[in-house]
Design a protein around this ligand. Structure first.
Ligand code: AMP
Length: 310
């Protein structure tokens, strides 16, 4: 199989402090670009765009490089502080409660794409200021598939820029609460349709431990979630889902509805592994064989016979 086209990803690179019913971690590797970049790297080469301060431990950059991730688009600001997020989860692990968001070096970040990145075919605008997502998008020359994600922080604080991003992307990811918040629709189905009316042909609604829904044109696909008995840390589930999704699409080199459906399942597979450990720890030891066997498990969960065969 030929080497897949790279996936260009911009998003937060973070040091996270997270508390869940399973425990607590401080200043650990996190960020939407890191989770989605590592997840995508299981399928395709990744080009990362982001910024860190000189307090970002070099071993984190080393880990990203060890996954084959190109860091030419990552700036390190001397004397700057890395983006930090602190949050906690109660027993409803689908709801992240933010305690603190410090943009730090992201506040003044001006992304400049290396020339090789400008030719990217697959672009994932992971969660970060939508104004930065737009700056990256406008530097990419002929993208084949553009995908974006966001969160309540930006829906509340940067709504106009976010609406501009939505006008310009092919696919938007959002969790159910964010889709309702942005569109004012209580029904997830109506919210997805309202999002499609804002621009993206395809909308993927993440429902945490209840799976994901894909709306594409008039078609609709529901992927289950994996029945994990123990969830350690839901942080990064959405990002690893999106990274697995776009990485798989890039590896197939095709954006047909059939590929997008399988990509939703691969996204769910990556997310289900990610939540088994704090930070990116579970992804560090993940193998292709693990991914393949959980994909088959997803197939079994969702399979049922045609009525005529019963
Ligand atoms: P999720 O996949 O939605 O669980 O995303 C978790 C990641 O989002 C964490 O690792 C945080 O560092 C990052 N994050 C939290 N708040 C923001 C924000 N306002 N902008 C960008 N990234 C964020």
């Amino acid at each position: 199989m030929p080497t897949p086209a790279p996936v260009l990803i911009v998003g937060s690179m973070a040091l996270d402090s997270v508390k869940t019913p399973a425990g607590e971690v401080k200043d650990t590797l996190g960020g939407a670009a890191d989770y989605s970049g590592v997840a995508a790297s299981f399928f395709a080469p990744v080009q990362l765009v982001g910024v860190v301060g000189d307090d970002f431990p070099p071993e984190h950059l080393e880990f990203l490089r060890s996954r084959g991730i190109d860091l030419a688009g990552v700036q390190t600001v001397a004397g700057g502080k890395t983006f930090r997020w602190a949050g906690y989860y109660d027993f409803d692990l689908n709801v992240a409660h933010t305690l603190d968001t410090q943009l730090n070096v992201f506040a003044d970040f001006q992304p400049v794409l290396p020339d090789a990145y400008k030719r990217a075919e697959y672009v994932f605008l992971a969660n970060i200021d939508p104004a930065l997502q737009l700056q990256v998008l406008s530097q990419v020359e002929h993208p084949r598939l553009t995908v974006c994600d966001t969160m309540n922080f930006w829906i509340e604080g940067k709504r106009d820029a976010l609406l501009e991003v939505l006008k310009r992307v092919d696919i938007a990811f959002m969790n159910d609460a964010e889709a309702r918040q942005l569109t004012g629709q209580l029904s997830v189905i109506k919210a997805a349709k309202a999002l499609q009316a804002l621009g993206p042909k395809t909308v993927i609604i993440k429902k945490g431990e209840h799976g994901a829904l894909l709306f594409s044109g008039d078609t609709h696909f529901a992927a289950p979630s994996y029945p994990l008995e123990d969830i350690t840390d839901p942080t990064g589930a959405g990002d690893s889902f999106a990274g697995g999704f776009i990485g798989y699409v890039a590896a197939q080199g095709d954006t047909s509805a059939a590929t997008l459906k399988k990509a939703v399942v691969y996204g769910s597979v990556l997310a289900s592994f990610n939540v088994e450990g704090f930070s990116l720890n579970r992804l560090r030891t993940l193998t292709q064989a693990d991914i393949d066997s959980r994909y088959r498990a997803f197939q079994e969960i969702a399979h049922f016979e045609d009525m005529s065969l019963i």
